[in-house]
Write a protein that binds this ligand. Structure first.
Ligand code: HEC
Length: 143
């Protein structure tokens, strides 16, 4: 009788190391992504996008999010002038944040709060009007 093959002898120690490597790479990618606004530990742009799609997209078009709303302004159009004028992304983020907190009807206030509001504002600021600004002003490199 031949002894069965031993169970796969994968050193358990390796796995956490591999996981940590993956997390480090993911962190590095997140750090460079989103047009350079979000640093790790600051805004979560993926969360911002998901929230934008569920909370804001019914009223606002935004190409990157693929949202169809028409009750409110198209946020790419709303942003493009500021992009071309060179408004800092951080200022743009603050404008969106202010709109979330101080909107007038029909836009409800505080649709998102706290970290979620930060994430949505950072997300919108990272994408709104970027493509349009590049088309209208091809030499520029919007942040
Ligand atoms: C019920 C519809 C509705 C929803 C939902 C809504 N908005 Fe609005 N939003 C509007 C309308 C209408 C305006 C224009 C208001 C005005 O000009 O005073 C507006 C204006 C804005 C502006 C200013 C645009 C500009 O031209 O300066 C921003 C930025 C904005 N909304 C972001 C958001 C975000 C982010 C969310 C989700 C958290 C959101 N909105 C959800 C209706 C909505």
């Amino acid at each position: 009788m031949t002894p069965g093959r031993p169970l796969a002898n994968v050193p358990a120690v390796r796995r956490p190391a591999a996981l940590i490597a993956v997390l480090l790479v993911a962190g590095a990618v997140a750090g460079c992504g989103g047009a350079g606004i979000a640093k790790p530990g600051e805004a979560d742009l993926a969360n911002g996008k998901t929230l934008f799609q569920s909370k804001c997209g019914s009223c606002h078009m935004l190409e990157d999010a693929g949202t169809p709303g028409t009750l409110g302004p198209d946020l790419d159009d709303a942003a493009v002038g500021d992009r071309i004028a060179g408004l800092e992304p951080s200022s743009f983020e603050a404008l969106v944040r202010q709109q979330i907190d101080e909107a007038d009807p029909p836009m409800p206030r505080h649709l998102v709060k706290g970290d979620d509001a930060r994430d949505v504002a950072a997300y919108v600021a990272s994408v709104a009007g970027v493509k349009l600004a590049q088309q209208n002003n091809p030499g520029s490199t919007p942040q």
